[in-house]
Design a protein around this ligand. Structure first.
Ligand code: PLP
Length: 474
């Protein structure tokens, strides 16, 4: 392809992208292909000779599109959102075009310095402490791993980096509702899964500070060494909010690193009325939230904040001769702020989003999502087939079948799963599930960039009518 052809195909691609996004509601939200269907329609070997962009795009339409689940559909309510938006897509296009690898300041000063500025903007927008330092990580999973590794090095006085593990006495703590990435991080960090202590939750599925303190005390008495506590502002299952203020006090008392995972809920801190959820955040050692979930910014873009920048850099720094530059003593070299060396220019899309929507525009969308989630909750409460899980938090609405439906939990769970499968199969909307105390629980998360109140209400009308059709009347 030469530059003239590139220009033509790029224009065609933008037309295709715009058509796709304006027609997105004509696709079934959840892909309806069977396992292996895409593999069997693709050639087993790479083409020897060049193929035309027309042929490639024809195969995108024929083969790839049926296997796409339309995350950007306004009727996508599953998991947590992974939003994009028009300005974010433009930012990604520019990032791809510049093709910058921003591992150090020298390799593109603007990539480093824009990231520093945008992380400071985010602190300000979200009411985070001024003494936090921000850096973009690829995902919250990586950010939590970075936090756990930094905590490990701080408590071991950087000895594990130097000589490897010399004891298996370190302990990491999170609640039974923490995201699976925490257990994964503990395994990757070399602590061993048994070093992870899962603290019981209360009736609202929040970590119990009393149980945490009991565990820390007991472990210390047994000669173990508490290293890190991970709390969640917004658990994955039900968006339960751990009491980070109390947990922060406990961590200070026992000199334990406190990492706060606000992967989804963090964006809601743009609204001052939600900041009670991060009361006490100034006591935390690190904090993560994902603009790539709810802040209209394409995956991947995870905002990680840390108080002790020196501990972070000391954990990850490595300076081979070929990466030394004249600017090293006066700039941030983000290769030392995380795991990977090479880095994409991710702050660009975030800059585009924040400038194009304005903080006000982002705030308004988030407020609407939360408001509609509240309205939907009221409708669920009034429907005899369902029971709302409370407290309902932010844009996530969790609900179950009413106990009168199905003679026992097993029967109810199977009815609920069938109902969800057939709703998702319809292609009209896509929601996901979790289990609370063994009970199948629908999760309906309102957070898509293009969702309107009408989408939410129409989706609910459909869910309610399917329930009336398929479940016994109660
Ligand atoms: N933490 C929480 C609370 C989450 O809900 C999720 C994903 O939903 C993650 C971490 C993992 O996020 P990521 O995909 O950015 O690693």
């Amino acid at each position: 392809m030469d530059i003239t052809e590139f220009r033509k195909h790029a224009h065609d691609m933008v037309d295709w992208m715009s058509d796709y996004l304006s027609d997105i509601e004509s696709y079934p939200v959840k892909s309806q292909v069977n396992p292996g269907e895409i593999i069997s329609s693709l050639p087993t070997h790479a083409p020897e000779n060049p193929e035309s962009m027309e042929d490639i795009m024809a195969d995108v339409k024929k083969t790839i599109m049926p296997g796409i689940t339309h995350w950007q559909s306004p009727n996508f309510y599953a998991y947590f959102p992974a939003n994009s938006s028009y300005p974010s897509i433009l930012g990604e296009m520019l990032t791809a075009t510049l093709g910058v690898q921003g591992m150090i300041w020298d390799t593109s000063p603007a990539a480093t310095e824009l990231e520093e500025v945008i992380m400071n903007w985010l602190k300000d927008m979200m009411g985070l402490p001024k003494d936090f330092y921000g850096v973009i990580q690829d995902t919250a999973s990586t950010a939590s791993l970075v936090a756990i590794l930094t905590a490990r090095e701080r408590i071991s006085e950087y000895q594990i980096n130097a000589i490897g593990y010399f004891t298996n006495k370190y302990r990491i703590y999170c609640s039974t509702e923490a995201h699976s990435s925490i257990e994964k991080a503990v395994k990757i960090a070399g602590f061993g899964k048994e070093a992870l202590v899962k603290i019981e939750v209360d009736n609202e599925l929040k970590m119990s500070p009393g149980k945490l303190e009991e565990a820390l005390k007991g472990d210390i008495m047994d000669g173990l060494i508490p290293c890190c506590v991970i709390s969640a502002v917004g658990t994955t299952g039900t968006v339960a909010i751990d009491p980070i203020d109390l947990i922060g006090d406990i961590c200070k008392r026992y000199n334990v690193w406190h990492h706060v995972d606000a992967a989804y809920a963090g964006t809601a801190m743009i609204l001052e009325e939600n900041r009670y959820m991060i009361k006490g955040i100034e006591k935390a050692d690190s904090y993560v939230f994902n603009p790539h979930k709810w802040m209209f910014t394409n995956f991947d873009c995870s905002a990680y904040f840390v108080k002790d920048k020196e501990a972070l850099v000391k954990t990850f720094e490595i300076l081979p001769e070929y990466l030394k530059t004249n600017a090293d003593s006066v700039v941030n070299n983000y290769r030392d702020w995380g795991i990977q060396l090479g880095r994409r220019f991710r702050s660009l899309k975030l800059w585009f989003v924040i400038r194009s929507m304005g903080v006000k525009g982002i705030r308004e969308k988030i407020a609407n999502h939360i408001q509609w989630a509240g309205e939907l909750s009221e409708l669920i409460k009034k429907d005899a087939h369902f029971k709302l899980h409370e407290p309902q938090n932010l844009g996530c609405v969790c609900f179950q079948l009413n106990e009168a439906i199905g003679e026992n939990q097993e029967k109810r769970n199977s009815l609920a799963k069938n109902l969800m499968d057939s709703i998702n199969q319809s292609g009209k909307l896509f929601m996901s599930h979790t289990k609370i105390k063994g009970e199948f629980t629908f999760r309906f998360v309102i957070g898509n960039t293009y969702v309107t109140r009408k989408h939410v209400m129409d989706s609910w009308t459909y869910i309610a009518s399917e329930a009336s059709k398929n479940l016994k009347n109660v």
